[in-house]
Ligand binder design. Structure first.
Ligand SMILES: CC(=O)N[C@H]1[C@@H](OP(=O)(O)OP(=O)(O)OC[C@H]2O[C@@H](n3ccc(=O)[nH]c3=O)[C@H](O)[C@@H]2O)O[C@H](CO)[C@@H](O)[C@@H]1O
Ligand SMILES: C=C(OP(=O)(O)O)C(=O)O
Length: 418
C-alpha cells in the first residue's frame, strides 16, 4: 500500500512551477487522431490519466515518440482501428473523447462507457444528442457504446447543460463534418479554447471557442502541427489554496492568471494577499481567515475541481461559511474524512456548511477521489501532528510530482510504500 505521511504545521515557502493542464491534454491527445500529419505536443503533464490515454492511442496504432519528459509526437496517419474495449478505456472519464475523434476520422467508433472520479451521476446524454444531430446512429449494449454514420453533417446543437466534455467531443467530430455546426450554450473552460486552438492550427475552422456559441465549419483534411498545452488551472489553484492553508508565501509560476481569477477573488475575500504577474501569481497567507460563501459554476465561475481543496480553508476560518456544489450532485463524500480531523461540517444536499474555529488534528485519511485527495494533503499540511493519506492512485491521476513539489516548498511530506 502506498501512502503519504505528512507532518503538519510548516508554512509553504518558495516557488513552484505548474504543469500542463490535465483536462486540456486529455482533449488534445485524442485530437491528434484526426490529423493526417505528425503532431508534436509540448508541456504534456506526466500524470497517470495522460499516460494511460497515450497508451490507449498506441494500442489504436498511433506511433508516439517521446522527445523529452513533457514533449511527445503523435503520428496517427496509418491507424485503421476504431474499436477500443480494454480496461484502461473503461477506467478514464476522458476516454469519451475517442467518440468524437474516431467519428471524425472513421465515422464509426466502439468504446466502453467512460469511468472517472466518483462524484455523482455523470451521464453522456449531451454528447450523444450532439452526435445524433450530426447524423450518427448510436447503440448502447452491455456497457459498450457503438456509433456509426454514413456522413457527418453539420447541425445546430443546443446543449441542455453546460458540459465541458460534450462541447469538446462535438467539436472533435464536427471539424470533419460537411458544412456548419453551431454549438449553443457551449462550455467556456480554458481547455475548450485550448482544444479549439489546436484543431485550428491543424487546419480546422472553429470560431467562438471561449464564448457560449461555437461555430465550426467542417474541413476535409487536418494536418500535423506543433502545440503547447496550457498550464493547469486546477493544479495552480491547489497550490494557491495550500499556500493560504499553511499561512505560507508561494510564487506559483507558469500560470495564466486570467484563468485563476475566480480563485484569486475568493482567496482575497478570505483575507489572503494575491499578487499577479504576467505568467506567475504570488499567494501570501494570513494568520486569520474570513468566512466566505463559495458556489461552483461553469467557467468563469469557481471551478468544481477546486471545491474540495477549498473546503479545507473553510474549516480554518473563525466563523461559518458555505460551499454550494452546483455542477456534480455527489461531490461531498470527502467531508467524512475531514470530520476525522475535528472539522465541523454539515452537508445538506448540494450545500456544505462549515463552522470554523477548530484546529484540524492529524488523522489517517482516504483520498476518495482525485481532488478529495489533494484536499486531504492540504488538510494534513495545515493540521497539528501526523496525517496519513491513502489511495494515492487517485491523486496521481492528476498531479505531477505532488510530493516533490510540496517538499521543495518546505512541506514535511513523504511517500511510504509498504
Ligand atoms: C476529463 C475532464 O475534462 N473532466 C472534467 C470535465 O468533466 P465532464 O466532462 O464529465 O463534466 P461536464 O462539464 O460534462 O459536466 C457538467 C455537468 O453536466 C452534466 N452532464 C454532462 C454531460 C452530459 O452529457 N449530460 C449531463 O447532464 C454532468 O452530470 C455535470 O452535472 O468537466 C468537469 C466540470 O468542469 C470537471 O469537473 C472534470 O474535471
Ligand atoms: C473530476 C475530475 O476528473 P475526471 O473528469 O477525469 O474524473 C477532476 O479532474 O477533478
Amino acid at each position: 500500500m502506498e501512502r503519504y505521511v505528512i507532518e503538519g504545521g510548516t508554512p509553504l515557502k518558495g516557488e513552484v512551477s505548474i504543469a500542463g493542464a490535465k483536462n486540456a491534454a486529455l482533449g488534445l491527445i485524442p485530437a491528434t487522431i484526426l490529423s493526417e500529419g505528425v503532431c508534436k505536443l509540448e508541456n504534456i503533464p506526466n500524470i497517470k490519466d495522460v499516460n494511460r490515454f497515450i497508451n490507449i492511442l498506441r494500442k489504436l496504432g498511433v506511433k508516439t515518440t517521446q522527445i523529452n519528459e513533457n514533449t511527445i509526437t503523435f503520428d496517427a496517419q496509418n491507424i485503421e482501428q476504431y474499436e477500443m474495449l480494454d480496461d484502461e478505456t473503461r477506467k478514464m472519464r476522458a476516454s469519451y473523447y475517442l467518440l468524437g475523434a474516431l467519428l471524425g476520422r472513421f465515422k464509426k467508433v466502439t468504446i466502453p462507457f467512460p469511468g472517472g472520479c466518483d462524484i455523482g451521476v455523470r451521464p453522456i446524454d449531451q454528447h450523444i444528442k450532439g452526435f445524433e444531430a450530426l447524423g450518427v446512429k448510436v447503440e448502447i449494449e452491455h456497457g459498450v457504446i457503438n456509433m456509426y454514420a454514413e456522413k457527418l453533417i453539420g447541425a445546430q446543437i443546443y446543449m441542455d447543460v453546460v458540459s465541458v466534455g460534450a462541447t469538446i467531443n462535438i467539436m472533435l467530430a464536427a471539424v470533419k463534418a460537411e458544412g456548419m455546426t453551431v454549438i449553443e450554450n457551449a462550455a467556456r473552460e480554458p481547455h475548450v479554447v485550448d482544444v479549439a486552438n489546436f484543431l485550428n492550427l491543424m487546419g480546422a475552422n472553429i470560431k467562438g471557442a471561449g464564448t457560449d456559441i461555437i461555430k465550426i465549419n467542417g474541413v476535409t483534411e487536418l494536418r500535423g502541427c506543433e502545440y503547447m498545452v496550457i498550464p493547469d488551472q486546477i493544479e495552480a489553484g491547489t497550490y494557491m489554496v495550500a499556500a493560504v492553508a499553511t499561512k505560507g508565501d508561494v510564487l506559483i509560476k507558469n500560470v495564466i492568471p486570467k484563468h485563476l481569477e475566480s480563485i484569486s477573488a475568493k482567496l482575497t475575500e478570505m483575507g489572503a494577499e494575491i499578487i499577479e504577474y504576467d505568467d506567475a501569481i504570488r499567494v501570501i497567507g494570513k494568520e486569520d481567515l474570513n468566512s466566505i460563501n463559495v458556489k461552483t459554476l461553469p467557467y468563469p465561475g469557481f471551478p468544481t475541481d477546486l471545491q474540495q481543496p477549498m473546503a479545507v480553508l473553510m474549516c480554518l476560518t473563525q466563523g461559518t461559511g458555505t460551499i454550494t456544489e452546483s455542477i456534480f450532485e455527489n461531490r461531498f463524500k470527502y467531508v467524512d474524512e475531514l470530520r476525522r480531523m475535528g472539522a465541523d461540517i454539515l452537508v445538506d444536499g448540494r450545500v456544505a456548511i462549515f463552522s470554523g474555529g477548530k484546529q484540524l488534528s492529524g488523522a489517517t485519511l482516504r483520498a476518495t477521489d482525485l481532488r478529495a485527495g489533494a484536499a486531504m494533503v492540504i488538510a494534513g499540511l495545515a493540521a497539528d501532528g501526523i496525517t496519513e493519506v491513502t489511495e494515492l492512485k487517485h491523486i496521481e491521476r492528476g498531479y505531477e510530482n505532488l510530493e516533490g513539489k510540496l517538499r521543495s516548498l518546505g512541506a514535511k511530506i513523504k511517500k511510504v510504500v509498504d
